[in-house]
Design a protein around this ligand. Structure first.
Ligand code: ATP
Length: 261
């Protein structure tokens, strides 16, 4: 039997504060073991899509008003965030939120609690993160609030990885980081994907870098998927430019342009 995709989002719509429409129609698929990019400009709906998937909309006074979400074939539309975390789905929030007053290592430890680890498992999980991010080992006792932007992104991703997730929802990993740091972060994402089979749905405004690592990408505009396809197809400047500038909105509603070779 075919393996179901790790994530399937079917025609979701979402609002904030009961009426403000934030997502009009988003459908997407993350195959098991893939990196999928969600592209689009400011306010296109990338973060809202991730929040809908991880059931964190409610925290922001938002709600899903239509559509279904499936994780490994199971309907998780109404699941609680902790249930999703227990099943291996974890979100790295935009702005790489760390607990500034806690040390780097304390921040990482928090990420493991969903697994209720023994002391030995905790030590093992920490060592694994320090192998992935050697830099974090060097600054393990430093207050997270005094670390650089790149280090904070590493802490945020490292904390998510402490729960040994199967699917990571990664929100704007490049935001505010120097180009070399962005490359380093994406290389690590790519290695985790390749070597450990972790799947990623990553929201990015930086289409150029995301398209180098993603297997498939979806471009959002005003809460809709307006274009989707493989990176080689989307990289053609006209396609992305049209989508970002609005011309692709002429694609019929609910039928995003599926690009073919
Ligand atoms: P950005 O890269 O700027 O974060 P985005 O593509 O992630 O953009 P969203 O943050 O999902 O876009 O925003 C989609 C729409 O929902 C926008 O109109 C935005 O103003 C609105 N929105 C986002 N978060 C909230 C919130 N917490 N409360 C009310 N409206 C919100």
């Amino acid at each position: 039997m075919d393996q179901p995709p790790i994530l399937q989002v079917d025609d979701i719509a979402a609002t904030y504060n009961e009426f403000a429409s934030a997502l009009a129609s988003v459908s997407l698929t993350v195959p098991e073991g893939a990196i999928v990019a969600l592209l689009g400009g400011n306010g296109a709906g990338k973060t809202t899509t991730l929040r809908a998937v991880s059931s964190l909309l409610r925290v922001e006074r938002g709600a899903l008003v239509r559509g279904r979400i499936r994780y490994r074939g199971d309907d998780v539309t109404d699941a609680e965030p902790w249930q999703l975390a227990e099943r291996g789905m974890v979100q790295v929030l935009e702005g790489r939120r760390c607990f500034g007053g806690l040390s780097v290592e304390e921040n990482l430890r928090i990420g493991a609690f969903v697994r209720k680890p023994s002391a030995w498992e905790m030590a093992d999980a920490l060592e694994r993160i320090y192998t992935i991010f050697p830099r974090l080992k060097l600054i393990r006792d430093k207050a997270a609030g005094y670390t650089s932007g790149g280090e904070q992104q590493m802490i945020a991703i490292g904390r998510a990885l402490m729960s040994r997730p199967s699917l990571v929802l990664l929100d704007e990993p490049s935001m505010g980081l120097a180009p070399q740091v962005v490359e380093d972060i994406f290389e690590i994402v790519s290695a985790l994907n390749r070597e450990e089979g972790v799947s990623f749905l990553l929201a990015e405004q930086n289409a150029a870098v995301a398209l180098r690592y993603a297997r498939e990408a979806y471009v959002l505009e005003s809460g809709r998927v307006v274009v989707q396809g493989a990176p080689e197809q989307l990289r053609r400047a006209d396609v992305l430019r049209d989508a970002y500038l609005g011309a692709a909105a002429s694609v019929p509603i609910g039928k995003s342009a599926r690009l073919r070779q």
